[in-house]
Design a protein around this ligand. Structure first.
Ligand SMILES: [Fe+2]
Length: 265
């Protein structure tokens, strides 16, 4: 294929699914692995009137779809050597035990095709049991806990599983509207295996009475998608006299059939 022809083929396939041009061998041409797109309602809109912060910061023009290149279908490999042995335990590393209900929070990270996402960095951050962040901009007059800073991280194992020990965070007020309180939540950040799988989200606890009043929770428009933001109580992960267990499974965008699989059907 001529240089120009190759370029056109890249463009044509990029239009079909996006992805990086990969040379798959003689006679195969260029094969571009694509990522399945989420359905259009799954993420909150950038402009959500109930959530005041979006008014100024949302893009004012329609977004452009940019075809994936190798820069997007790969990502940084954040190896285990960067994660400390106790980073998964937010109740450790201080002089004493933090206040609050200790919990085990675990789950499995898979891609859109149900395959585990191994060796990927999972980071969390959260308020303490009284609903106060260890951060200078949090001026909510709830007590800080000298034994809880509220940030942790771990790597998924070969089966995509992760596990944290932490405390159940409290609800906290915010100034979005009169008498606004956030449902208790834990922030999650995942890198996945590629930039296209990057996910930053918030996990909630079952049956929170604040769900109905929270514009951030309700900016996810489909109730079924909102359900996927809520962890479930897990009796098996609950440890007698010590900690309640919760399970939260996470699905990242999945790669469609790769050239390797295509060749082995
Ligand atoms: Fe928060």
């Amino acid at each position: 294929m001529s240089g120009e022809g190759k370029e056109m083929e890249v463009e044509r396939r990029a239009e079909l699914g996006g992805g990086s041009p990969l040379w798959a061998g003689p006679g195969r041409g260029l094969v571009i692995p694509g990522y399945r797109r989420d359905h259009e309602l799954v993420d909150p809109p950038h402009d959500w009137p109930g959530y005041r912060g979006t008014i100024l910061r949302h893009p004012k023009r329609p977004l452009l779809a940019i075809p994936n290149t190798v820069g997007e279908i790969t990502g940084p490999l954040l190896g285990e050597e960067r994660v400390g042995e106790l980073d998964f335990d937010l109740t450790a590393g201080h002089a004493g035990e933090p206040q609050g209900q200790k919990i085990v929070l675990h789950g499995r990270v898979t891609d859109g095709n149900g395959r585990p996402v191994p060796d990927t960095l999972v980071e969390i951050w959260q308020a303490n049991a009284a609903g106060r962040y260890w951060h200078k901009v949090d001026t909510h007059p709830a007590p800080l806990d000298p034994n809880f800073t509220g940030a942790g991280r771990c790597m998924t194992d070969a089966d995509g599983r992760y596990r944290f020990i932490t405390i159940r965070p409290g609800s906290y007020p915010w100034e979005n509207h009169f008498n606004a309180w956030r449902p208790a939540h834990i922030h999650f950040s995942l890198f996945g295996r590629a930039f296209t799988q990057r996910l930053v989200t918030q996990m909630y606890f079952p049956h929170d009475p604040l769900f109905a009043y929270d514009p951030i929770f309700n900016s996810v428009r489909d109730p079924r998608d909102r359900e996927r933001l809520i962890c479930e109580f897990d009796l098996q992960a609950t440890t007698p006299e010590w900690a309640m267990g919760f399970r939260y499974d996470i699905v990242l965008r999945g790669r469609e059939a790769t050239p390797f699989e295509e060749g082995h059907r």
